[in-house]
Design a protein around this ligand. Structure first.
Ligand code: B12
Ligand code: SF4
Length: 486
């Protein structure tokens, strides 16, 4: 069967033109799920054309029209933020091919299958993992099995009624390892910064703001199987600009012994990938792991989230400010602090200016004391999290809010999440600007403290400058948090 798989980028209108933005403008790494599914479908007897619109740098389907005309089925990947592009793709495909089955997959379609099937001309959604379901779906389209027997499938009957088949069991670590590696020989040369590889799927935690699909479930590949897969993929790194390997796991070091064993295998096999990954601060308290990962770490994200213990408790990450400090200290001792991005969320729905300033002060103190890099990110209403679900329940939010371009500049989405007044947002920003001027740059030339003014505030409220804001003022507003916590 001829399958055309489309990977749409996150886009917005900039200066009157629709262009990829954020990480899809930087083309950090290829969409892992799409490349993996292409390989899986290929080994189950299908011919697959992968239309990677992220690599192409636009959502124009005209250059790919031959593949759409020849397709027996068109699959389109969705995240919530790339959904407007995916929607445009559905309309374009339909205008050329009124007859072709269109199947959606990925996180947004998995959450909102009913809504998407009722409001677009897509016919099918595969919810959740698709390694088993997509090949079964292709067999069903050929008449080999019934649509009702395809796990995870939702579909629209001619009457408009939506049928939702049951979700199959999650894949085990061994099953994940048994699928072919994504076929990165298909990527265009010198477009992506690096490649993605999966060492585990899911996360044992359930943080309040996090939208990842498989919270409270975790499956890891064995160190040997993972390193085998990495080895197979490494030759394609030559096709990338940056030559870095992204371990795309939610949290690479969920089992620190396994992650340490992976690093030891890399040494045994004389491999030297430059790794980008995410780790919880608590995992970084394990000296064996930090010692083993240090030679391979290119850059890594530590979800620090809040600079006060009550906030960390509400988030549910199982850590404390004291542990965040100890982790930063260990990274300094192993010489990898400046490539550790401690990411904090500011403006969580329960926060006032006081809590936000406590986080800013704590973040600054971590940087100044241990030299870790600090990212402050304003809270965003991204579907899938517990916080989002609560607001959906109260009908503050709806999936329809994600149908159109402009997520990052959406005034309603920002202000229904962040409770600070616009003047307070500016005050926080000027405090951050003050500490940013005190910070240096790391070995990659990146500023050690980063935060940008949220577009919805910049666009709707006149900017207020706080020339007097200084570290001293920050301490006055935030109170003696650091003294209490250390
Ligand atoms: C690695 C990663 C990235 C990488 C690379 C993306 C990639 N896919 O490789 C980079 C850094 C580029 C990135 C960018 C962004 N990301 Co990201 N990313 C992830 C992460 C950690 C892993 C994604 C992944 O590859 N998982 C493994 C693969 C196998 O799973 P999968 O993609 O879901 O694919 C499976 C199924 O969904 C399905 N499937 C997938 N595609 C299709 C298509 C069809 C037709 C079918 C039938 C099925 C199907 O089959 C696959 C195999 O089972 C996830 C969290 C997570 N665990 O999913 C966040 C996550 C997806 N990202 C998120 C966000 C917010 C972003 C950004 C907006 C960040 C930003 N500010 O720019 C951008 C958006 C980019 C985009 N185009 O959507 C959110 C999305 C939330 C939401 N509701 O959409 C997540 C869930 C993180 C979180 N904790 O909230 N991301
Ligand atoms: S933020 Fe990290 S630890 Fe928390 S649920 Fe998401 S992936 Fe897991």
């Amino acid at each position: 069967m001829n399958v055309c798989l489309i990977a749409p980028p996150l886009q917005d209108h900039v200066n009157g033109r629709l262009v990829p933005i954020s990480m899809d403008a930087a083309r950090t790494c290829p969409p892992y799920g799409a490349y993996l599914l292409a390989a899986v479908l290929q080994t189950t007897g299908n011919d697959v054309v992968l239309v990677d619109l992220i690599a192409q740098g636009s959502s124009d389907l005209l250059p790919n029209i031959g593949s759409i005309v020849a397709a027996d089925v068109v699959g389109i990947g969705t995240s919530s933020l790339s959904w407007p592009t995916a929607r445009d793709c559905i309309n374009t495909v339909r205008s050329y091919r009124p007859d072709v089955p269109i199947v959606l997959g990925g996180i947004h379609a998995s959450m909102f299958d009913r809504y998407l099937l009722s409001t677009t001309e897509a016919n099918f959604v595969i919810r959740g993992e698709a390694e088993r379901a997509f090949p079964a779906f292709c067999r069903a389209l050929l008449g080999g099995i019934r649509l009702e027997d395809v796990p995870n499938l939702s579909f629209k009957l001619p009457s408009g009624k939506i049928v939702r088949n049951a979700i199959g069991a999650l894949l085990s670590g061994d099953e994940l390892a048994s699928y072919p590696v994504p076929d990165y020989s298909r990527i265009p040369r010198n477009v992506y910064m690096g490649l993605g590889v999966e060492s585990s799927r899911g996360c044992t935690f359930d943080c309040a703001f996090c939208s990842t699909s498989y919270r409270r479930t975790w499956r890891g590949l064995s160190p040997d199987r993972f390193v085998d897969r990495l080895e197979q993929m490494l030759p394609c790194l030559a096709l990338t600009v940056g030559g870095v390997t992204h371990i795309i796991d939610d949290e690479f070091s969920t089992e620190t012994d396994r992650a340490t064993a992976i690093c030891r295998k890399l040494v045994e096999r004389d491999m030297s990938p430059r790794l980008v990954f995410s780790s919880r601060a608590n995992d970084l308290l394990d000296s064996d792991f930090v010692d083993a990962i240090a030679p391979f770490a290119h850059q890594f994200l530590v979800g620090a989230e809040c600079g006060y213990d009550e906030g960390l408790k509400q988030v549910g990450k199982g850590t404390t400010c004291r542990k965040l400090r100890s982790a930063a200290e260990k990274l300094r001792d192993y010489g990898i602090a400046e490539i550790a991005d401690f990411s904090f969320i500011i403006g969580l729905p329960w926060e006032t200016k006081v809590e936000v300033m406590q986080t800013v002060q704590f973040g600054y103190d971590l940087y100044a004391t241990y030299g870790v890099r600090i990212l402050f990110q304003w809270y965003c209403q991204i579907p899938g999290s517990r916080l989002w679900a609560e607001q959906r329940e109260r009908e503050v939010l709806h999936e329809a809010h994600y149908d159109n371009y402009g997520f990052f500049r959406d005034h309603y989405l920002f202000r229904s999440g962040v409770q600070l007044k616009p003047s307070e947002v500016y005050e926080v920003q000027s405090a951050i600007a003050a500490i940013t001027t005190l910070s240096a740059k790391n070995r990659y030339g990146m500023t050690m403290i980063e935060c940008s003014v949220p577009e919805p505030i910049l666009n709707h409220y006149p900017e207020i400058k706080y020339p007097e804001t200084s570290l001293k003022n920050l301490r006055e507003v935030a109170g003696p948090v650091i003294a209490q916590q250390s």
